[in-house]
Design a protein around this ligand. Structure first.
Ligand SMILES: Nc1nc2c(ncn2[C@@H]2O[C@H](COP(=O)(O)OP(=O)(O)OP(=O)(O)O)[C@@H](O)[C@H]2O)c(=O)[nH]1
Length: 510
């Protein structure tokens, strides 16, 4: 039992030390106060000499120990003995007043501030020894006054028995105070550990759990936080600002970047950032923000194999307590971006030829019309339609028809100026928007270039056959901002029909 108590004391001591160091300083002041009390009592019976000869060294030795061995067991045991010496001195100076005995209980109560049952036991032992030795000497005839009767052993036993339950109570109280003090200090230490970024699982002594409500609460919170980070599907890391060191990462982070906390890698130097100084720039941005956070930031990061990953980042800086930490969350948006690009492509491009589709043509027409309204820049529209496409489909099949359309699309892309837009409207019908082109002659010449481009022979790799293609075109120029672009498209379409009707493979102006 005693061994267990001592072992528990050894485990508790480091955490309760701050209390005990403070208590030493308070006890020194108490000793000085007790010395003053003794000096104040001295005139009663002329006990100046004993007050100074006993009180002063006791107070001074206590002060010296508290300075040299602040918080050490020896200091508090001395303080406990010293208090009992002062008690004896007070009783002696008052001529053994029964009321003066109360100071013993008062001072043992003060010792509770140490949160150490050993000080209570020490004080009790001093009192027992005092009564045992001096009472025995009185019984044997020495001129000492301790007990007021001659039944030494019986009186000593009564003293011991009276005292025992009360000091027992106080020792029990000291053990509880020590436990609560340990709980507080341990929680502070745990919280500081978490603040410093140590988010590793605690291997707390099993015996402690369930008995320390505060510690249990903090450990439970920490475990929940760890589990939360662990199961988050997005890559999450805690980074220490001071040295950009990764202090905690979750499974998703390991999967995405292959970086582990135990590599001791600094995020500032890590290959994670393809651009030099990218991390430092981000940190500066974060520090400049009032809310200390950045959200939805698109950035390309590199994994440990050197592969580039498109990420959406969220960062939060915690610099209210030292050391400052950054929580970095990275979501892999590579697939998302690819899907988005594919959807945009589908919405604005023709699947077969990859040329802009009707939606894009309308956007190009709106843009040309706006340029005409705002800057007076004219434009032209060309409608193109293959001649005799149906027989090609019928004779060679749809696959060959598709290849014809793809080939024509590629040829048109080469013929057009970079600023112009060639779109496939559907079937074998195409449209061209010529920006900054108001001269009908020029527009006609451009249309003729498209017609010419269609006429080079097309070799079919599958059958080895050669196809001869031709194209008809209708042109409309727009110089008035009053004209609706769709009306201009209609004019070009009417011109195209005229070209078809007048023998095909030619250009007509609408
Ligand atoms: N291979 C293929 N054929 C298509 C596609 N879209 C439409 N067509 C076919 O294209 C043909 C277009 O016919 P038209 O333009 O009316 O006929 P045409 O023979 O070119 O007649 P003209 O224009 O008067 O010379 C039809 O047979 C459609 O079935 C496609 O995506 N692929």
């Amino acid at each position: 039992m005693i061994r267990r108590l001592l072992a528990a004391e050894a485990a508790f001591d480091p955490f309760v030390r701050p209390y005990r160091e403070r208590a030493d300083r308070i006890m020194v002041r108490m000793s000085l106060f007790l010395l003053l009390v003794c000096l104040a009592l001295a005139p009663l019976r002329g006990t100046y000499l004993s007050a100074l000869a006993i009180g002063l060294p006791t107070a001074l030795l206590g002060a010296w120990l508290a300075r040299q061995h602040n918080g050490a067991l020896i200091t508090r045991l001395f303080m406990a003995s010293g208090f009992m010496v002062f008690t004896a001195l007070i009783i002696h100076q008052t001529g053994g007043d029964i009321e003066a005995h109360f100071s013993a209980f008062g001072l043992i109560g003060v010792l509770l501030y140490y949160r150490d049952w050993r000080t209570i036991v020490m004080a009790t032992v001093v009192i027992y020894l005092h009564h045992l030795l001096l009472g025995y000497a009185q019984w044997r005839g020495s001129p000492i006054y301790v007990f007021d009767n001659t039944h030494f052993w019986a009186t000593f036993a009564i003293h011991v028995l009276y005292f025992l339950p009360f000091v027992g109570m106080m020792s029990y109280l000291a053990i509880w105070l020590r436990r609560e003090g340990y709980d507080d200090q341990h929680v502070i230490a745990l919280a500081q550990q978490i603040i410093r970024g140590d988010l590793t699982q605690d291997a707390s002594a099993p015996g402690e759990r369930g008995q320390m409500p505060l510690i249990d609460a903090v450990l439970t919170m920490k475990t929940r936080l760890l589990n939360l980070i662990k199961v988050l599907p997005v890559a999450t890391a805690v980074v220490r600002l001071q040295d950009s060191q990764l202090v905690a990462t979750n499974d998703a982070w390991h999967r995405l970047f292959g970086l582990r906390v135990d590599t001791g890698q600094s995020l500032g130097e890590a290959s994670l950032w393809p651009q030099p100084g990218q991390w430092q720039a981000l940190v500066q941005q974060l520090q400049a923000r009032q809310d200390r956070s950045i959200r939805d930031l698109l950035a390309t990061l590199r994994n440990s194999d050197g592969g580039l990953i498109a990420c959406k980042l969220a960062l939060t800086l915690h610099d209210d307590v030292a050391p400052s930490m950054i929580i970095l969350v990275a979501e892999d948006v590579t697939l998302h971006q690819e899907a988005e690009r594919a959807m945009t492509r589908l919405a604005y491009n023709d699947v077969l030829t990859d040329l802009p589709n009707r939606v894009s043509l309308h956007a190009a027409l709106a843009q040309a019309s706006e340029a005409l309204q705002q800057h007076g820049t004219p434009y032209a529209v060309i409608m193109l339609d293959l001649d005799g496409f149906k027989p090609i489909n019928d004779r060679h099949g749809h696959d060959v028809g598709d290849e014809v359309l793809r080939t024509l699309g590629a040829r048109f892309s080469h013929v057009k100026r970079p600023s112009d837009v060639v779109a496939r409207l559907g079937g074998d019908e195409f449209a061209v928007v010529l920006h900054d082109c108001g001269d009908p002659q020029v527009a006609q010449q451009v249309a003729q270039r498209f017609v010419d481009a269609s006429q080079s022979d097309l070799h079919l790799a599958a059958t080895g056959q050669t196809l001869q293609l031709s194209l008809s075109a209708g042109v409309a120029t727009v110089t008035s901002s009053q004209e609706d672009p769709l009306a201009a498209l209609k004019r070009a379409d009417v011109a195209l029909y005229r070209a078809k009707a007048e023998g095909k493979c030619c250009v007509r102006l609408g």
